[in-house]
Write a protein that binds this ligand. Structure first.
Ligand code: ADP
Ligand code: MG
Length: 291
C-alpha cells in the first residue's frame, strides 16, 4: 500500500515509529509536511501538491496534526478524504477533538463521567461561576491549550477571579472546572485503535504538580484498566468518532471522569510504558480498511 504520514516533523518519535512499522510491513511510506502542501480544488478532481509534485494514488494517510496547525492540517486531511484515501483520523473528528468545550458536550451526551465544567461568556460574575464548579479550588483551562500549558489550579475564589480577569482581558476563552483532588496529580491515558484499548498507562505529575502531562515532567507506568475505565475509554473514542485516540481520564471517587480525547496521541510514552509495538497496530488497522 501507499501510505502518507502527515507530519510537520519527520524526526518526532511517533513519526519515525510509524515509518518504521509501515516499512516492516512492506508498504510504501512517505512523510509529508501538511503545512507545505497546496490544495487544488476544481470540478471533480481534488489534488494535493507537495514540493512541486502531485500526490496521487495514496491508499491511506495517518494524520499527525499539531494543535497549532489544526485549521490547515484539517483541510489537507479533508482533501485526501475527497481523493478517497482511508484516514486513521477523519477530518471532522480531528476538528471536534481540538475544541475542549465541544468535546465535553459530545462526551456528556454520550453519558460519560466528566468533571463538572462551566463555560461562560459573561465573565463579570466570577463568584457564581466558581460556586457552580463546586467552589474553590477550581481548575481554569484555556479552551485550546495542550500539553498542560494553559491549565491552572486556582486555590481560592480570589485567585480564580484574577486569573479569569486576566484571560478575559486577553480575549482568551476559558472553562472553569471542578478540581478532582483525589486524582492526586495523576491521570490515565488509554490508547485506542479501532475500538480496542491497545495500551494504558498511569501518568503521575512530578512532586508538587497537579498536572500529569509527560511534557510537564510527569512519569508513566503501565496499568491494567478496570472494566469501568475500559468501557468509558472506548465509549469516549467512539463518541468522538476517532479510530486512533488517546483518552485521558481521572480516577475519582465517583468512577472514571473523562478529561479529554486526543486525536494525535504520542507513541513514545505509551510504547515505552507498555513495551508494545503500537505503531504496527496502527498500520494493521489501515490494512484492514484498504483492499
Ligand atoms: P492539556 O490538553 O493541556 O493536557 P488537560 O485537560 O489534559 O489539558 O489537563 C492537563 C492535566 O491537568 C491533566 O492531565 C490532569 O493531570 C490535570 N487536570 C486537568 N483537569 C483537572 C481537574 N479537573 N482536576 C484535577 N486535575 C486536573
Ligand atoms: Mg491532557
Amino acid at each position: 500500500m501507499n501510505i502518507k504520514i502527515l507530519s510537520a516533523n519527520p524526526d518526532l518519535y511517533s513519526t519515525k515509529r510509524l515509518v518504521e512499522a509501515a516499512i516492516k510491513r512492506n508498504h510504501d511510506v512517505e512523510v509529508i509536511n501538511h503545512t507545505k502542501c497546496d490544495i487544488v480544488i476544481e470540478k471533480k478532481r481534488p489534488v494535493v501538491l507537495y514540493k512541486g509534485r502531485t500526490i496521487e494514488k495514496v491508499d491511506a494517510v495517518i494524520p499527525r496534526i499539531g494543535a497549532s496547525v489544526t485549521f490547515y492540517g484539517t483541510a489537507v486531511v479533508r482533501q485526501f478524504e475527497m481523493m478517497h484515501c482511508f484516514t486513521t483520523t477523519e477530518s471532522v473528528a480531528l476538528v471536534r477533538s481540538r475544541d475542549k468545550l465541544r468535546s465535553l458536550q459530545i462526551l456528556s451526551r454520550a453519558g460519560l463521567g466528566l468533571p463538572k465544567t462551566i463555560f461562560t461568556n459573561y465573565s463579570k460574575n466570577v463568584e457564581e461561576v466558581v460556586d457552580l464548579a463546586g467552589g474553590a479550588p477550581v481548575i481554569i483551562k484555556l479552551l485550546e491549550g495542550t500539553q498542560g500549558i494553559g491549565v491552572i489550579l486556582a486555590e481560592t475564589k480570589k485567585a480564580a477571579e484574577s486569573v479569569m480577569e486576566a484571560f478575559n482581558n486577553l480575549q482568551a476563552r476559558v472553562i472553569v472546572q471542578e478540581f478532582i483532588k483525589e486524582a492526586g496529580g495523576a491521570d490515565i491515558r488509554a490508547f485506542i485503535v479501532d475500538g480496542q484499548v491497545v495500551g494504558a498507562m498511569k501518568r503521575q505529575g512530578k512532586e508538587g504538580e497537579f498536572r500529569s502531562n509527560l511534557h510537564r515532567g510527569g512519569s508513566a507506568n503501565v496499568i491494567e484498566l478496570s472494566d469501568e475505565e475500559e468501557t468509558a475509554a472506548l465509549k469516549a473514542a467512539k463518541a468522538m468518532g476517532l479510530g486512533v485516540a488517546g483518552v485521558d481520564m481521572l480516577q475519582s471517587s465517583r468512577g472514571p471522569l473523562i478529561l479529554e480525547v486526543n486525536s494525535s496521541p504520542g507513541l513514545e510514552g505509551i510504547e515505552n510504558a507498555t513495551g508494545k509495538d503500537i505503531a504496527s497496530i496502527i498500520i494493521k488497522y489501515i490494512e484492514r480498511n484498504v483492499d
